[in-house]
Design a protein around this ligand. Structure first.
Ligand code: ASP
Ligand code: MG
Length: 438
């Protein structure tokens, strides 16, 4: 079984949906995971915000606009009257459902039910389209098998069992369509895997049924050695280890959702990143190979907050770091980078929701300085700890750039530096030249 995931832009219009057909019509058995049409989830989030704010007029208007867009797309997608009618009914049902939410009773559960509509729509529309053109397929409801536990972690055993049961209902079918992103929680309520979670769905499904391969189809030909939107010359990387890919995805390579690596790695299922616009291009294969020694790629993550915590009490004191980390743990705020000296520690976070509370608690025993608008630049590859030269090469490339933090030795796959975001472009360009000769 192969898993093929297509994101919002790949199903973003009638034209793009039609173009998917030739990518999924090979004879192998496959499960196709789809996101919502691009823009839909954002619109649904906004509708929910309006409902929370008791602005029913705005919510109604947004629902109306979104419905109009869908009605236009289905006109272009189907040619037979039967399918036009069927899909109009589908759209009307889903949008009447959206209109049924009332302002005085709007809760998080209702928000999650609303956010699920995008994937329910895109998969049903695509399934109808395959029917219209005579391609046999089965629509598998993700809500029947995707489940997360009380920590929002996928319940792999549950998913494996229930997905198998679903698939066994159709022993002669080879093509299955299902929704990315949506799932149920421990209470059986509709929930989701967080924004951008369709990659995660694909990876969880791939792991659950021990697929041959998980393919993530996007609009670029795999991971590149640097951010092509920022530097002028880059090249695609054909092979990455799971560890390298996890570092790149977490530290900013937009092509793959960071959560996506773990389930695949756990069960050793290769992940292939492919380009819908250029299906013949090799893309990037992520697997448990030992990649060649060397630097493979650079990624940058913006919106980072650096916190410097200085305390005379840290000198020769044990328990200081525990006291610091405990505060972050209590506010469920994860730390990305850390550097220490004898009397101070600097660390970074990307979620500043609880920043004020965290700082207040840290100030009880230390002096705290906060710097916003920082970027983590990660240099990723296979960099054995017993080899010399990598640190030098990286820092030499960055010699003109003020470095706020440097983190070396945490793993043999990653060296990270923190710079003020105003230097990000310069840093990426300098590394591209120093490390790749561009
Ligand atoms: N539709 C969801 C989102 O936009 C999930 C996804 O696209 O992966 O966040
Ligand atoms: Mg999306």
């Amino acid at each position: 079984m192969y898993i093929l995931k297509f994101g919002g832009t790949s199903v973003g219009s009638a034209e793009r949906m039609k173009a998917l057909v030739h990518l999924i019509s090979s004879p192998e058995e496959k499960i196709v995971v789809l996101s919502a049409m691009s823009g839909t989830t954002n619109a649904l989030v906004e509708i929910c915000n309006n409902l929370y704010n008791k602005e029913s007029h705005k919510a109604t208007e947004l629902i109306h606009q979104l419905e109009k867009k869908y009605l236009q797309e289905i006109e272009l997608l189907y040619s037979k009257p039967e399918f036009k009618t069927k899909s109009q009914d589908l759209i009307t049902n889903h949008f009447n459902y959206l209109r049924s939410f009332t302002l005085d009773m709007f809760t998080q559960n209702e928000e999650k039910a609303i956010l699920a509509q995008g994937e329910l729509l895109s998969t049903a529309m695509f399934h109808f389209y395959l029917q219209e053109i005579g391609i046999a397929s089965v629509l598998l409801p993700a809500l029947n098998f995707m489940r997360i536990d009380e920590n929002d972690e996928p319940q792999l055993d549950y998913i494996e069992k229930h997905l198998k049961e679903e698939l066994e209902k159709y022993p002669n079918q080879k093509l299955f369509i299902t929704q990315g992103y949506i799932c149920r929680n421990i209470f059986g309520e509709i929930d989701n895997l967080k924004r951008g979670g369709s990659d995660y769905t694909a990876s969880i499904i791939g792991a659950a049924i021990k697929a041959k391969e998980i393919q993530i189809w996007t609009d670029i030909d795999g991971m590149h050695n640097n951010d092509p939107r920022i530097v002028s010359k880059t090249h695609p990387i054909h092979e990455l280890s799971f560890d390298e890919a996890a570092e790149l995805a977490y530290f900013g390579a937009k092509i793959l959702h960071p959560t996506c690596i773990l389930p695949a790695q756990k069960r050793n299922i290769p992940v292939l990143l492919k380009n819908t616009m250029q299906p013949e291009a090799l893309g990037t294969k992520i697997s448990n190979i030992n990649t060649e020694e060397g630097i493979r790629a650079i990624a940058a993550k913006d919106g980072i907050c650096a916190i410097n915590i200085k305390s005379a009490r840290m000198l020769l004191a044990h328990g200081f770091l525990r006291a610091v980390f405990e505060i972050f743990e209590r506010y469920k705020t994860s730390i990305d980078m850390i550097t220490t000296s004898e009397i101070a520690v600097s660390l970074t976070i990307d979620n500043i929701t609880h920043l004020n509370d965290i700082v207040t608690e840290l100030e009880v025993f230390s002096n705290v300085e906060v710097e916003l608008n920082q970027s983590i630049i990660s240099i990723v590859g296979n960099l054995p700890k017993n080899k010399s030269g990598y640190g030098f090469k990286i820092l030499e490339s960055l010699k003109e750039i003020p470095l706020r933090m440097v983190s070396y030795g945490g793993s043999s796959n990653n060296v990270s530096v923190l710079v003020s975001s105003e230097y990000k472009k310069e840093a990426l360009t300098a590394l591209n030249k120093g490390l790749f000769g561009y």
